[in-house]
Write a protein that binds this ligand. Structure first.
Ligand SMILES: *Cc1c(COP(=O)(O)O)cnc(C)c1O
Length: 412
């Protein structure tokens, strides 16, 4: 059960309610949800979990939605983890796994957050919900809202790939394509929510949405410790692509909460990966300094964030786990898009596979040792950005309908 919200900047505590950020610290005052962990420990035993639905709602005691409250019915979470030995060999580590978040209802990890966002909007009595997004948060919100009959208003930057816009429109959201950056779309959404009384689903600042992303961490912990092929332990490293910083912070929190309720031992180190053209959190990590916003430039649209809202929490978790952060160039992201598919059998979008490029870089730099094991969270499906996939994949062979033309390609 949710007990309070605590500002990660000044430590001020508030009772759970319709809050976005800390009243004292403003937009820098990200609020962190806290729970009755003794109650959660008593309720969430292995036996009890065995009887729970295989969705994010199995962790009800650690989610900010009251029992019995309205929830989107779309099956969200409990995505598969697949081992990828050929990928491990290519990365130069002992074992590697991919968690395929593309298997969520709208094909990205954002469904976990949007399910919570829609439940909170209904709980607080809003008649509509809004968000600004580079694509996946918006597609997932459009679907979750549609599943509950809640109108959705969505602000997208011009850069968003067409398949993601198609998802919004097909689910019936009102879509504003903002002639400007993600940051401008974000500010416009916030102002529109204040003026029209819509619930703001911007996960950069909303304290509840990140709790949805947390379920990916709870799942990794549960799936790994329950599966004999993991020898009862979690991987040494969990690699996550980073834009605003909510996903990595949420996943790390979930891993730790699973330990806190007594169901896991050692918790993995977090590897945060940004695109080189949008890497302000990596720079702050390396410089041990504050965040300097940048003008983002990367083909990985879902992590093209120049002014990340949740950088403090991301850095706090990376440091707390003795983790690391790396930035990777777009060319390496496209290489990893191929590797994830050809060596691991999972088709990710550029932001979904950037974490793999980061793993490779961290092994090359000696940050991750060759004896290590690692799990990469493939946060979004590759069909969300077909153009980048085609850039990574090469071209078909154009031939005449003639067996000799086939022989000319394959030899023999
Ligand atoms: C949103 C997103 C991320 C990054 O999440 P943040 O919370 O912004 O750090 C990574 N990959 C995909 C596919 C995403 O949609």
């Amino acid at each position: 059960m949710l007990t309070e919200l605590v500002c990660i900047t000044c430590g001020r505590r508030v009772a759970p309610g319709d809050h976005q950020t800390c009243v004292a610290c403003g937009s820098e005052g990200i609020l962190d949800a806290r729970y009755d962990y003794d109650g959660a420990r008593a309720a969430l035993t292995r036996d009890a979990l065995g009887l729970r639905p295989r969705t994010i709602w199995r962790y009800e005691e650690l989610l900010p939605v009251p029992p019995g409250a309205a929830r989107p019915p779309l099956h969200t979470g409990w995505t598969p983890i697949v081992e990828a030995p050929r990928l491990a060999a290519a990365l130069g580590i002992r074992r590697a796994w991919l968690k395929d978040e593309g298997r969520n209802p709208t094909a990205s990890l954002k469904d976990r957050a949007s399910a919570i966002g829609v439940a909170k909007a209904l709980e607080f009595g809003y008649r509509a919900i809004a968000c600004a997004s580079t694509g996946n948060a918006a597609s997932s919100l459009a679907a979750m809202a549609a599943s509950m009959g809640l109108p959705a208003f969505i602000f997208v930057p011009e850069r968003a790939p067409e398949p993601k816009i198609a998802q919004l429109l097909v689910f019936g959201a009102t879509v504003f394509r903002v002639g400007g950056t993600y940051e401008q779309a974000f500010d416009l959404c916030r102002d529109a929510c204040a003026r029209f009384h819509w619930y703001n689903r911007n996960s950069g600042t909303n304290p509840f949405l990140v709790e949805g992303k947390k379920t990916a961490g709870l799942e990794i912990a549960e799936q790994c410790t329950a599966d004999p092929s993991f020898d009862g332990a979690m991987p040494d490293w969990v690699a996550v692509s980073v834009g605003d910083g909510c996903t990595i912070g949420g996943i790390a929190k979930g891993l730790h909460e699973f330990k806190r309720i007594g169901l896991a031992g050692a918790v993995p180190r977090m590897l945060g990966v940004q695109a080189a053209g949008a890497g302000p959190i990596v720079e702050a990590f390396n410089a041990r300094a504050g965040l300097v916003p940048c003008a983002p430039s990367t083909l990985a649209d879902s992590i093209a964030v120049g002014s990340p809202r949740n950088w403090r929490r991301a850095l706090a978790w990376v440091r707390a786990t003795k983790g690391a952060m790396v930035a990777v160039p777009d060319a390496d992201i496209l290489d990893s898009l191929r590797d994830a598919a050809r060596l691991g059998g999972v088709f990710g979008e550029p932001a979904g596979v950037a974490c793999l490029a980061g793993l490779r870089a961290a092994v090359a730099a000696g940050t991750i040792s060759r004896g290590a094991t690692a799990l990469a969270v493939i946060t979004g499906n590759g069909l969300k950005d077909v153009r980048s996939a085609m850039d990574a994949a090469g071209q078909p062979h154009d031939i005449r309908p003639d067996i000799e033309a086939v022989a000319a390609v394959v030899g023999g």
